[in-house]
Design a protein around this ligand. Structure first.
Ligand SMILES: *[C@@H]1O[C@H](CO)[C@@H](O)[C@H](O)[C@H]1NC(C)=O
Ligand SMILES: *[C@@H]1O[C@H](CO)[C@@H](O)[C@H](O)[C@H]1NC(C)=O
Ligand SMILES: *[C@@H]1O[C@H](CO)[C@@H](O)[C@H](O)[C@H]1NC(C)=O
Ligand SMILES: *[C@@H]1O[C@H](CO)[C@@H](O)[C@H](O)[C@H]1NC(C)=O
Ligand SMILES: *[C@@H]1O[C@H](CO)[C@@H](O)[C@H](O)[C@H]1NC(C)=O
Ligand SMILES: *[C@@H]1O[C@H](CO)[C@@H](O)[C@H](O)[C@H]1NC(C)=O
Ligand SMILES: *[C@@H]1O[C@H](CO)[C@@H](O)[C@H](O)[C@H]1NC(C)=O
Ligand SMILES: *[C@@H]1O[C@H](CO)[C@@H](O)[C@H](O)[C@H]1NC(C)=O
Ligand SMILES: *[C@@H]1O[C@H](CO)[C@@H](O)[C@H](O)[C@H]1NC(C)=O
Ligand SMILES: *[C@@H]1O[C@H](CO)[C@@H](O)[C@H](O)[C@H]1NC(C)=O
Ligand SMILES: *[C@@H]1O[C@H](CO)[C@@H](O)[C@H](O)[C@H]1NC(C)=O
Ligand SMILES: *[C@@H]1O[C@H](CO)[C@@H](O)[C@H](O)[C@H]1NC(C)=O
Length: 557
């Protein structure tokens, strides 16, 4: 208790006034009074300091309840989105409120309130919110969308926006005053949700963090089918067993690590590496690589090349990037399970339930006409592909995007492409009078980081990105790691400073704890630089310390 009070005052010092409230408004009647009649309060619970809340196993994708909560009021609401669809959302209303609102995103096709990510908010003082996106179901399950345009749209963007609007009403009524600032943070699907909000509802948020966004739904999900098919059927001469990818990752690091001038296991820029695949070729009489063996046959070399090569339509028009060099250790999780002889359900389920509307559609029938069909329909309007962000710019919004350079689930270059499209739309097409979008949009590449969190080669990956701290060992809420609670080490605090004080993040410092365990101390820290700038060792000092690196401009800029 004493510790909690000390901590609350540390947060107060960070954010200025912290409003203390009693929980007299933490009742079903008080919350219901803030809502229209088509929204129904399902649960209002007062949670004591150090307590737990969530829906347990009833929440299929997010069954783990957050613990060690600050004292707060927890709310669950169900609301109608159309005659045939509805969504639920959860809200945490902390007793020590920083007068701000934070919405968090989901992952994959997850239909459930993301309680663990929501729990990141209250230690900073945020009232936080998460939506179930309009259905109940697991990450890889898209059956909810079958023959329901309304549920597609709820997943695409609507349930998030309407949850945000209703949650803000609750926050305003509960504290008797509207939030001074509103923020969004999400990774993967959450990154896509972040961008849909920026594009369609620019008034919803002052500051938005979009991590590793699966923003181009029609191409991302069909790409997942294509890469699965590249490495199928199983146990043929060109098939690479998932167990072999860690070894391939080691070979890529061996060849590419020093392209940045420092031998430390971290590939700072994969594009600087001229990777020579044939170094992995099996030699001698037994030129057939078995799972886990340390060589690839000639067919497998071709498979690996195809997993790195961007996809193009038959007319040579670019479709989507592919896996970056250095992402091999996570690549295996983009394929279907061994023994199924099928690609990832992220691809198949999307085509079955979102595109063709036929549960019996067979992935063997995949061809690029499916991508054309998906583009023509943009099911659920899910793709966040409107690059004209002038309404968000005009309302003073700030957008912070990041992507791991070792992401084996969403190609890093999808984020680079997004950045370049927004840049050219906003400046090249004259939608902004500034030749720079740096004032309101910054994008950080994270060397060695996998999808959203964790790493290859002991690369620093923790910087206050969405949901990251839940992947520490043991997991804990962001904002409870006091040594990182400043605008340089915590991207959420950096975003707040940018929105509220006008100080844009010139760099973020990412941290790697020994064994990802906070109590074991820091192993490495290194700056992340706003694209297209990049971090370079200054030539002296410990490479594991952030002070030994600086952000460099590209030659010619
Ligand atoms: C509300 O949540 C609390 C805590 O999980 C639980 O004990 C209670 O049964 C819930 N009530 C309803 C109506 O769901
Ligand atoms: C939410 O409300 C809809 C009707 O508006 C209902 O069909 C659905 O079962 C409700 N969901 C929950 C979780 O109560
Ligand atoms: C729910 O009620 C609000 C307020 O009356 C209204 O704006 C909204 O359109 C309604 N939603 C549906 C799906 O009926
Ligand atoms: C309870 O809500 C009312 C408005 O609905 C507000 O004026 C009051 O300050 C709130 N009470 C507390 C203790 O926050
Ligand atoms: C080839 O396979 C045979 C039999 O499994 C084994 O004894 C031999 O060491 C292998 N040779 C090479 C070069 O891997
Ligand atoms: C190539 O095919 C794509 C997809 O059908 C189409 O959008 C594009 O316009 C075509 N490009 C050319 C040069 O025909
Ligand atoms: C391929 O071989 C693996 C054993 O290495 C086995 O587990 C898997 O079931 C096989 N796949 C098929 C489709 O038979
Ligand atoms: C789809 O999203 C775009 C903005 O990204 C918006 O202009 C359009 O109205 C949306 N269409 C539908 C049917 O929701
Ligand atoms: C650019 O500047 C001109 C002249 O000052 C102004 O009329 C126009 O609205 C500006 N456009 C944008 C997008 O800010
Ligand atoms: C529990 O939360 C408090 C802040 O509310 C924090 O200081 C403490 O480190 C947390 N404990 C753990 C084990 O996460
Ligand atoms: C804004 O700057 C003031 C003065 O330096 C500081 O106290 C406050 O914490 C800053 N706010 C944010 C959100 O960084
Ligand atoms: C880190 O983890 C490894 C493997 O789990 C273990 O062998 C090692 O002892 C741990 N190091 C520390 C300092 O705890």
């Amino acid at each position: 208790m004493r510790h909690a009070r000390l901590f609350a005052s540390a947060v107060a010092a960070l954010f200025g006034a912290v409003r203390a409230t009693s929980s007299t408004n933490c009742t079903v009647d008080a919350i219901q009074a803030a809502l229209p009649t088509n929204a129904t309060v399902l649960n209002v619970t007062s949670v004591a300091q150090g307590g737990e809340f969530g829906q347990g196993d009833a929440d299929i994708p997010y069954p783990t309840n957050p613990t060690n909560l600050t004292s707060l009021c927890a709310v669950i609401v169900n609301a109608t989105s159309s005659a045939e669809s509805s969504f639920t959302f959860g809200v945490f209303l902390p007793d020590s409120w920083n007068a701000r609102f934070l919405a968090v995103g989901n992952g994959g096709f997850a239909g459930g309130i993301n309680w663990l990510s929501m729990a990141d908010g209250p230690p900073y003082g945020f009232a936080s919110m998460s939506t179930d996106t309009g259905h109940s179901g697991d990450f890889l399950d898209m059956s909810f969308a079958l023959n329901s345009d309304e549920r597609k749209v709820d997943w695409g963007y609507r349930a998030m926006h309407e949850s945000v609007v209703l949650a803000k009403s609750i926050v305003t009524a509960y504290y008797g005053t509207a939030p001074a600032y509103s923020y969004f943070t999400g990774c993967s699907t959450g990154g896509r949700q972040a961008l849909k909000e920026v594009q369609m509802f620019p008034e919803d948020f002052d500051g938005v963090m979009a991590g590793c966004p699966s923003w181009w739904t029609t191409h991302q999900q069909t790409w997942q089918l294509e890469v699965g098919l590249i490495n199928l059927p199983e146990n043929t001469s060109h098939y690479i067993h998932p167990d072999t990818f860690n070894w391939i990752s080691d070979q890529v690091i061996t060849q590419c690590d020093e392209a940045d001038g420092i031998k430390d296991g971290i590939i700072m820029d994969p594009k600087k590496c001229d990777f020579y695949y044939e170094a992995m070729l099996c030699s001698g009489p037994n030129a057939t690589a078995e799972p886990g063996t340390s060589c690839l046959n000639a067919d497998q070399i071709r498979t690996l090349e195809n997993l790195h090569r961007p996809l193009a339509f038959g007319n040579n028009t670019w479709v989507y990037p592919n896996f970056g060099l250095g992402s091999e250790a996570q690549m295996a999780s983009s394929f279907g399970d061994v023994g199924t002889n099928a690609p990832s359900l992220y691809g198949t389920q999307y085509v079955q339930y979102m595109v063709v509307g036929d549960a019996s559609w067979d992935f063997h029938d995949f061809n690029y006409d499916i991508i054309r069909q998906a583009d023509a329909e943009n099911p659920g309007n899910a793709s966040a592909n409107n690059f004209d962000l002038s309404p968000f710019l005009a309302r003073g919004g700030k957008l912070l995007q990041y992507h791991g350079l070792a992401d084996g689930l969403i190609p890093t270059d999808a984020s680079v492409y997004l950045y370049r499209q927004i840049l050219s739309t906003m400046t090249g097409l004259g939608r902004s009078n500034s030749s720079s979008i740096d004032d309101w949009y910054r994008f950080f590449l994270v060397p060695g980081m996998h999808h959203c969190n964790n790493d290859v080669g002991d690369a620093p990956w923790l910087f206050g990105g969405s949901g990251q701290s839940q992947n520490l060992n043991p997991p804990r809420a962001a904002g409870t790691i006091e040594s990182l609670l400043d605008a340089e080490h915590d991207a959420l605090l950096a975003l707040m400073r940018w929105v509220e004080n006008g100080t844009a993040p010139e760099r973020l410092v990412a941290t790697k704890f020994v064994n990802d365990t906070v109590d074991l101390g820091v192993l490495r820290q290194r700056p992340l630089c706003p694209f297209p700038r990049y971090a370079q060792y200054v030539g002296a000092g410990n490479v594991s310390e952030a002070a030994s690196w600086e952000c460099m401009d590209r030659v010619g800029l």
